[in-house]
Design a protein around this ligand. Structure first.
Ligand code: NAD
Length: 500
């Protein structure tokens, strides 16, 4: 098995960097080391930041029309390379190829949104607001921004950030997850092929040390982060203390409420897809099914049947529906939580702890697992499991279901399955969660809307991509302008100026 050297992408080219530290990258389906990742040292970071600074100054002066030509070309290239990107994702993340291609597709939607920037960013104008005075506002880029991204969407999350940052005239440094870094290198090559000047999009690999270097660097103006809640808190605190604009999206514990009037087959189909798809390693995965009243027995039954039918294996195999977890540590965490739930009194309806995939004994697999009668005080409820475990919590009423959701510290996504518009309305207005689905289990907003959770799922004022993405990567400027004719009499006053 050959081990590939994975370099940085600095100033428009691959760069081995001067750092001596390396980190192994695995294929989680086989447990084999496939890559050796170069981690940045201080000099590499400095080189990338200086290249970004210089690029930001020139790129922000490139006309909107020319920037859009690059974005349109990039859109075509990403589309044409969907399968190459998906193959890289599957090789290092483990999710099945069709799911990886779906991730690329959702990222592309943000590229397409960025292609429409001339419409989104055209500003506002108040003609003759005061006699002889016009007032107008427009937005300008922040400068240099860095994006720090998680392992679970190695293409989609960088595409939630970089197209909008770049289209609005910034230079963008990506610090991808060290677990699955290769897809970001292909993105860099595609940006270059699209005509993006060197230094506008760069990839710097590293760990906490590199991230902290970005958070505190005086030449960096903004930080976008997506990852776990403790790290999101650290990012937000450190970078705001260093004067940067920050959006930091954190972890999740997403509940789907199933009402007694719901179509139970539809709910079970969607809950198992949303709970076990990508082995539960999605920030919008459903990890808690809140079964209301008499919905519970039938729902647990159907969830059990579906979980048992899922084919688990290497994501490149055509019939496989669910791949491995990202690391052996993730596998151990999931197994520990299931064991704790069992000893705390939950019923293990389907048990994936001992699953072995034939021929892939070293892979990091855990099978789909369904837990019933989970209580709020159990670790299976409190922790973000980030694995293929669906926990069923039984409650008596819609009010109880909303109370459970609102007491949870996370507030990323939630869903309700019901046949009643009135019940759905009470739910969607009452929950303290940022993204809500009605008979839709994973309500990831379309790119024309912004994505973001509430409470411990997001730190900062801006959601990501969509209109909030444009606001995040730009600063507003308002011009109040007068061009008096030579015969006009313009009087000055010591009083605070009023409009006339
Ligand atoms: P993570 O927080 O461990 O890592 C995210 C990024 O932060 C990586 O690039 C990593 O190198 C860096 N990092 C890790 N520890 C750090 C530290 N101590 N200091 C500075 N930087 C650090 O997250 P992950 O395991 O890669 O991804 C899974 C998590 O991301 C889950 O909690 C999931 O819910 C969350 N997530 C959230 C969203 C969302 O939209 N809210 C989307 C995707 C993933």
């Amino acid at each position: 098995m050959t081990v590939t050297e994975i370099h940085h992408w600095i100033n428009g080219a691959e760069d081995a960097g001067s750092g001596s530290q390396r980190q192994d990258v695995y294929n989680p389906a086989t447990g084999q080391v496939t890559g050796s990742l170069h981690l940045a040292d201080r000099q590499d970071l400095e080189q990338a930041v200086q290249a970004a600074r210089a690029a930001a100054d020139t790129w922000s002066e490139v006309s909107m029309s020319k920037r859009m030509q690059v974005m349109f070309k990039f859109r075509e290239l990403v589309h044409a390379h969907t399968h190459d990107l998906a193959a890289l994702i599957t090789a290092e993340h483990g999710k099945v190829l069709s799911d990886a291609a779906g991730e690329v597709g959702r990222g592309l939607e943000v590229v397409e949104f960025a292609c429409a920037l001339p419409q989104t960013l055209k500003g506002e104008y108040s003609d003759q607001f005061s006699t002889g005075i016009d007032v107008y506002s427009f937005r300008q880029p922040l400068g240099v921004v860095a994006g720090i991204t998680p392992f679970n969407f190695p293409v989609m999350v960088p595409l939630w950030m970089s197209p909008i940052a770049i289209a609005t005239g910034n230079a963008f440094i990506l610090k991808p997850s060290e677990r699955d870094p290769s897809a970001s290198m292909l993105l860099a090559k595609l940006y270059k092929e699209a005509g993006l000047p060197g230094g506008v999009f760069q990839v710097l690999h590293g760990d906490k040390e590199t991230v902290d270097g970005l958070l505190t660097h005086e030449q960096i103006d903004g930080i976008s982060f997506v990852g776990s809640t403790p790290v999101a808190q650290h990012i937000h605190q450190t970078a705001t203390a260093h004067g940067k604009r920050v959006q930091a999206l954190g972890g999740a514990k997403n509940h789907a409420v199933v009402m007694p009037d719901a179509d139970l087959d539809l709910a079970a189909d969607h809950l198992s897809a949303a709970g076990f798809g990508s082995a539960g390693e999605r920030c919008m995965a459903i990890s808690v099914a809140v079964a209301v009243g008499e919905a519970a027995d039938g729902l647990v039954d159907k969830l059990g049947q579906r979980a048992r039918d899922i084919t688990v294996g290497e994501g490149t195999e055509p019939d496989v529906e669910m791949g491995p977890l990202i690391t052996p540590a993730s596998k151990d965490r999931v197994k520990r939580i299931v064991t704790e739930a069992e000893s705390d009194g939950a019923a293990v309806v389907v048990d994936g702890r001992d699953l072995v995939v034939e021929g892939k004994e070293e892979g990091f697999f855990v099978g789909p697992t369904v837990l019933d009668r989970v209580k709020e005080e159990m670790s299976a409820y409190q922790e973000e499991i980030f694995g293929p475990v669906l926990a069923v919590v039984r409650v008596d009423s819609l009010e109880d279901a909303i109370r459970v959701i609102n007491s949870n510290p996370y507030g990323n996504g939630t869903a309700i399955f019901t046949g009643s518009g009135n019940v759905a309305r009470t739910f969607k207005r009452g929950v303290t969660v940022g993204m809500v689905g009605v008979n839709v289990p994973i309500p990831v907003p379309a790119a024309q809307h912004s994505f973001g959770g509430w409470k411990d799922s997001l730190f900062g004022d801006h959601h990501i991509y969509g209109p909030d993405g444009v606001r995040f990567y730009t600063r507003g400027k308002v011009i109040t302008e007068r061009w008096p004719h030579q015969n006009d009499v313009v009087t000055a006053s010591m009083n605070f100026p009023s409009h006339d």
